[in-house]
Design a protein around this ligand. Structure first.
Ligand SMILES: Nc1ncnc2c1ncn2[C@@H]1O[C@H](COP(=O)(O)OP(=O)(O)OP(=O)(O)O)[C@@H](O)[C@H]1O
Ligand SMILES: [Mg+2]
Length: 487
C-alpha cells in the first residue's frame, strides 16, 4: 500500500470515491502549482476530532518554494489555521489580506475547497502558499499564468477539475514550462509562451500564433493533404480534456488541452505543449535495436542448423559406426544451441522464459532416443537471464542424453527433470530409473566429453555445483545448483 492511501485510510474518513478524486487531483496538480508559482498542500478533515491532516504536497517548478521540509502527515487543530476552516465551512476560495511573515519570508496564503464533481461533496482544502520574496512586476507570461491558475482554482472549488475521465498517459504530460498557450472561448490563441511558440515554429508555422485559431492552424500545418483529424481538432481547439500528438517533417509535438469552465460557462482553454521529437526518435531507435538483435539470433540459429545438416550428411557417409555416432552427437549438441537461439530470437527482452526451452530440449531427447522413454519436467524454471539460459540448455541436453543412453538396458523407463527455485538458487535434478552408474564411476576422473561439458558449464561458467549419485530405488540422479537472482 502506498503511503498516501495508507495515511488517508488511517487518519481520514474519505470514502472510495473521495480517495479516487483525491488521487486524480494530486496526479495532476503540478499544473496548478506551476501556474500559481506556489506551493500546494492538500488538507483532509481528520477522522478523530476536529482538525486537519496534510495528505499531499506539491512544489512549483516555476518559482521558489515556501516549504523546504516535508509537511505530509502534519496535523493541525481546528482554529489553528482559520483560512482552511473558512474555505471548508463556506465552500469558497479564501485569501488573506496581508502576507504572512512567520517563516521569515513574505508568504501569501490562499485556500481552495476541493469538491468531488459538480454534484459531489467537498473532500478537503488546498492551501496555496506563494513565496513573495522574489515577486516583481509581473510579465505578460506571469499574468497569464496567474489568471489561468485562478480559473483552475475556481474549477477545483466547483468540482470541475481534475478530469477523472482523462486517461493517464505513459509519456510524461507536458508541464507549464514545456510550453503553454491560452485560448479564448472561440479557440483563438490569446497568449503563447516562448517555448510554445518555438514548438510551433519548428512545426513550420510562419505566421503569428497569437490571434490564430489553434485547431485550424494546427490541422493546416500537420495534415494539409489529408482529411482533418477530428481528435486533433477537438484537442487543439481546447474543447476536450485530452492529449494528442501532431507531427510534421519529423517534428513531433504533444498537445494537452485543459478546457477552462468557470461558473457554468466555457471561458477558454489552456493548451500545454511539449516537443517530444527526441523522445520518439529514441523509442524508434530502441525498437530497431531490438529488431536487429532478434535478426542476429535468427541468423545464428539458421547457421547452426546448416552446420547440423552438414554433420548429419557426413555421418551418413561414414562406414565406421563409432565415427557416425560421434557425428550424430555433435548434430544433437549443435541442435540444442540452435533451439536456444530460436527462442532468443523471439524475445527482445534479456530475460527468457525458460520452461519453453527446457520442454523442447526434453522433447528432442525423447525423439532421438532408441529406448522408449518419456521424460517429464516437474516444477518451473521461471525466467532466466539469457546469459544463463544457453549453458543450462546445453547441460540439460547432455544430462538427458546420458539418462537415455546409459540408463536403460531394458526398452523403457522414466526420466524426471525436477526444478526448484528459491530467491538465490536454481536447482535441477535429472533422475532416471535405469541401471545405475558403473561401480568404478568417479566424476572427477571421467575424461569423456559429455560430463566434461557439463562440469565446465556448471562449475566454470555458471559458478554452480554438480553432483552425480545413485538414486534411491535404482537409477541415477544428477543434481546441479546454480546461483541466479530472481528478477
Ligand atoms: N544417467 C546415467 N546412468 C548411468 N550411467 C551414467 C549416467 N550418466 C553418466 N553415466 C556414466 O558416466 C559416463 C560418462 O558420461 P559422459 O556423458 O561424460 O560420457 P558418454 O555419455 O559416455 O559420452 P559422450 O561424451 O558422448 O557424452 C558414461 O559413460 C556412463 O558410464
Ligand atoms: Mg554423455
Amino acid at each position: 500500500m502506498s503511503t498516501l492511501s495508507d495515511l488517508v485510510s488511517r487518519q481520514t474518513a474519505l470514502d472510495a470515491a473521495g480517495i479516487e478524486w483525491m488521487r486524480s487531483l494530486v496526479s495532476d496538480w503540478q499544473l496548478l502549482a506551476d501556474l500559481s508559482f506556489a506551493d500546494l498542500i492538500l488538507w483532509i478533515p481528520r477522522k478523530e476530532g476536529p482538525g486537519w491532516v496534510a495528505v499531499a504536497q506539491m512544489r512549483p517548478t516555476t518559482g521558489p518554494t515556501v516549504y523546504h521540509d516535508d509537511v505530509v502527515g502534519m496535523v493541525v487543530a481546528e482554529g489553528e489555521r482559520p483560512l482552511i476552516d473558512t474555505a471548508w465551512k463556506e465552500h469558497r476560495i479564501c485569501r488573506e489580506g496581508d502576507p504572512d511573515w512567520s517563516s521569515g519570508v513574505p508568504v501569501r496564503e490562499e485556500t481552495i475547497p476541493v469538491r468531488r464533481g459538480l454534484e459531489g461533496e467537498f473532500i478537503g482544502v488546498i492551501q496555496r502558499s506563494t513565496n513573495l520574496s522574489s515577486a516583481r512586476t509581473p510579465s505578460r507570461l506571469e499574468l497569464t499564468y496567474l489568471q489561468s491558475a485562478s480559473d483552475m482554482a475556481q474549477m477545483v472549488a466547483e468540482g470541475r477539475f481534475p478530469f477523472p475521465e482523462e486517461e493517464p498517459t505513459l509519456v510524461r504530460s507536458p508541464r507549464v514550462g514545456d510550453g503553454l498557450l491560452r485560448l479564448d472561448r472561440a479557440g483563438r490563441v490569446t497568449y503563447a509562451s516562448p517555448n510554445a511558440l518555438s514548438a510551433y515554429r519548428r512545426l513550420g508555422l510562419q505566421a503569428d500564433l497569437v490571434g490564430a485559431e489553434l485547431g485550424r492552424t494546427t490541422a493546416d500545418l500537420c495534415y494539409s493533404d489529408e482529411p482533418i483529424n477530428e481528435d486533433l481538432m477537438h484537442v487543439a481547439s481546447g474543447r476536450a480534456p485530452r492529449e494528442t500528438e501532431v507531427e510534421r517533417g519529423g517534428i513531433v509535438v504533444l498537445l494537452r488541452a485543459i478546457p477552462l469552465v468557470v461558473g457554468g460557462g466555457r471561458i477558454g482553454a489552456l493548451v500545454l505543449i511539449r516537443d517530444v521529437t527526441e523522445l520518439r526518435r529514441r523509442e524508434r531507435e530502441l525498437l530497431t535495436k531490438d529488431a536487429t538483435i532478434r535478426e542476429i539470433h535468427h541468423r545464428v540459429k539458421n547457421n547452426l542448423q546448416t552446420v547440423a545438416a552438414l554433420l548429419r550428411l557426413q555421418a551418413r557417409r561414414l562406414g565406421n559406426p563409432e565415427g557416425r555416432e560421434a557425428l550424430e552427437e555433435a548434430v544433437r549438441r549443435v541442435g540444442s544451441i540452435a533451439i536456444v537461439h530460436e527462442i532468443l530470437a523471439q524475445m527482445p527482452e534479456e530475460m527468457v522464459e525458460f520452461d519453453d526451452i527446457a520442454d523442447r530440449v526434453v522433447a528432442m531427447t525423447a525423439e532421438v532416443s532408441v529406448a522408449h522413454v518419456t521424460p517429464k519436467r516437474i516444477g518451473s524454471f521461471g525466467v532466466l537471464p539469457a546469459a544463463v539460459a544457453t549453458p543450462i540448455a546445453m547441460v540439460l541436453t547432455e544430462l538427458l542424453q546420458n539418462a537415455v543412453e546409459h540408463g536403460f538396458s531394458h526398452a523403457s523407463g522414466s526420466i524426471q527433470v525436477i526444478v526448484s527455485r528459491d530467491a538465490n538458487h536454481l536447482e535441477v535434478v535429472v533422475a532416471d530409473d535405469g541401471k545405475g552408474l558403473p561401480t568404478d564411476f568417479d566424476l572427477e576422473a571421467t575424461t569423456s566429453l559429455g560430463l566434461q561439458i557439463v562440469r565446465t558449464l556448471v562449475v566454470g561458467e555458471l559458478s554452480g555445483r554438480l553432483s552425480i549419485a545413485p538414486r534411491e530405488g535404482g537409477g541415477t540422479e544428477v543434481t546441479i545448483s546454480i546461483p541466479v537472482q530472481t528478477g
